[in-house]
Design a protein around this ligand. Sequence first.
Ligand code: PNW
Length: 486
Amino acid sequence: MPATKHLPKTFLWGFATAAFQIEGSTDVDGRGKSIWDDFCRSPGTTLDGKNGDVATDSYKRWKDDIALLRQYGAKAYRFSISWPRIIPLGGRNDPVNPKGIEFYSDFIDELIANGIVPFATLYHWDLPQNLHDRYGGWLNKDEITKDFVRYSRVCFESFGDRVKHWITINEPWCVSVLGYGRGVFAPGRSMCPAKSSDGDSSTEPWIVASHTILSHALAVQLYRNEFKPTQGGVIGITLNGDMAIPYDDSPENSSAAQHALDFAIGWYADPIYLGYYPEYMKQVLGDRLPEFTSEEWTVVKGSSDFYGMNTYTTNLCKAGGHDEFQGFVDYTFTRPDGTQLGTQAHCAWLQTHPTGFRQLLNYLYKKYKTPIYVTENGFAVMNETKMPIDQAVNDTDRIEYFRGNCEALLAAITEDGVDIRSYFAWSLLDNFEWADGYTTRFGVTYVDYETQKRYPKESGKFVSKWFMERLSSGKEILSPTPSVAP
Ligand code: PNW
């Protein structure tokens, strides 16, 4: 049998979550409201009509969560800081909430005491509601950039002595397209008749995107100028994006795959890593694509120390689609011969496809030439029928998903030479899956939402064992795998 290939000793693996999806306690210790609080309370916004008031109760059970990470043997944990806990009204002249600072400070200390490296995301979609009401939130360039920078400063000052891995904004594509285009995420602005009619989805998503890019870049500039010299961490952005491959070998479908990548990834990554927008986007959007001033371009270009990669699936691409947000490309999982690309998850947009995962790692590294941190990757299972817990923890499809992608990750590092520094499985826990409410479960740990009891799934144990074996020396491989509670 060939010897097991190993990951670099410094490789960081673990699990990811986001504040609004797990914390609950939305009214506690001076937290202000976020745009998700009321959004998910209005009828028709979540599949099960549920909201984030309790979620997985992690604001209270955070020590249990860290104990769980410890049981899995995770080397790192990616979590997000809730802006409205730190600055309840959000703005640069609004007061900082000492209880919010204390919560994350204690949390970070406990991670470190357990030997777990903290990866902190500053913005995972929970904009303070007040900023949206006061000036239109992400739509208002002058205000939002200044307020985001001030919020970032408070976080660097309070936690930067211990946090050495910062992510500015999680998946700005979702903020723009799902929040201001399709209107299915907060703040739910859209022209789609079934949704609120107050937005203009032909212009707002593109405007919001440029403001998220600029806010990110200004926060990075601040960190590099004032904090990095003494704190010495790294900072970057996390983008979502799935591999796009042509449906068949026709020239129009080859171009379609590139067009899909341009609209999903290049929209953000080309400006940030290369200093320009994709040609195809300029062609399609014309003057609806906001330009940066030359001064702004100097801040934007090169504003990420790494590529934060969230990816879930691979799409087959066909030209001639009607959806502008997908670059007029149609996605399918069905090959021309009728077979499926992979195993279908219990949400429409996700199938397993490890080859595509490896291709995407190569594509990004070749194009953007920067180290990659995989910050999210995971598989969804629905639990409508209240499966018994012993069945729910036996999540074989999710194990296959992680096995395939972890092997692909290892091959990308050892055979293709891609510089990959982390892998975070999404998610540590089943949690509030945004517009899907609690119907869709991404966790490697099952959460019983009635008792809030946590049950490690087989997939969590699998990921743990897989990384342990590939990080240790030969001798350590023989030692028992970490003890994970039944
Ligand atoms: C990401 N899509 O969101 C987020 O970062 C997580 O908070 C979320 O729980 C996770 O992926 C699973 O969904 C996405 O429609 C939401 O393609 C929607 C899409 C992709 C990612």
